[in-house]
Structures are given as C-alpha cells and as structure tokens.
Design a protein around this ligand. Sequence first.
Ligand SMILES: [Zn+2]
Length: 198
Amino acid sequence: MNHRSGEQQLRAWARLWKEVRPAPPHAVEATALGEYAAVRILEGPTAAARRFPEIARHLDEGCERCEADLKELVVFLDGERQPQPDPHERWLPTVLALAWHYGGVNTAAFRIAEYPELVLQGVESGGDTQLNLGIRLRTDEVRLRVDGWELRVADADGQERFRGVTDAHGALRLPGISVPDLIHARLEVKPPVGTEGD
Ligand SMILES: [Zn+2]
C-alpha cells in the first residue's frame, strides 16, 4: 500500500512538472500550425504536407503537443466552416392523409403532424398543382396564419424540386408538379416566422 502510494505520488509530481515547466523552444510555431490545419481541412493532408513539409515531418515524428494542438485547430476551423443553423430553419414533414382522384379532380390532402388544425390540400389542373393551406375551425386556435408558410417539395432522394411561400389566401402554385408527383415526393413545410411560441 505504502509502495503504491509512493508510485502514485511520483506520477502526480511528473504530471505537475509537465504542466509548470517552461515550454521548450518549439520547431513549429502555433501560427504556422494553424495555416497547416487550414490547408489540411480545405485541400487535404497531401496538399498540406506539400505546402508545409517541415510541419508534416515534425508531426510524422510524433510530437504529442502539436498533435493535440492540431486536433483542436481542426475542430475549431471545421466548426467555423459549417454554416450556422438558421433558428427558423425548421422544416416539418407532411403526411399524406387522403386519396386523390376525387370528384373528377386530382386532389390530395396532407397533414402537418405538429399543426393538426391545418389542412393542406393539393388540387391539380393542367399539370400544375395548386396547394391551399386552410385552418380547420374545430379548435379555439385561431392565431395560426395561412400566409407565409414555406413549402418545399423534394424527390425521394432529397433533390429539391420546388420551394415557395403561401400567399395571403394560403395558396401556392407548384408549376409542373402533378398531384401524383406530389404524393411520391417529400413535402415539407416551414411555419411563418412568429407562428411558434407566441
Ligand atoms: Zn511539436
């Protein structure tokens, strides 16, 4: 027990020394490592090694300190590169509720799970589809607006085919998209700004 705690104490001293000792002069400057990291992210490790051969060699030799710094730099720079998420960028998938080919017109109705009081109806005419967003007046919830809803139509593989915003009457024309197209597509809506959390 005594022997073991002595060993632990030694280790603790070693750790402490590592933290308080003055940093040795270093082959690689922090700014150069930063440039290396940026090139490595944007153009890949081969390009970075070509531009900064001495840093690449130094890292190959296994410098823990630079390896750790590099890891942090990459996380930081990569984070900077990511587009910042728009707080209003919140798309809700719609769910097909009703069949089409009803009453001689191609129609389909969609529901937005998070807004059960909304009805989204697609009516096809001449190869285009008119979408109409309506509010079911079954509930007391009358604050919902039908205008300003952004609609996105994407193929099954996620390729966007159309994006538009409902007008004052909740209507939106989808040019060149039929109701069957719509049924097989991915239909998402984004509430108008200010609809949520009011
Ligand atoms: Zn180093």
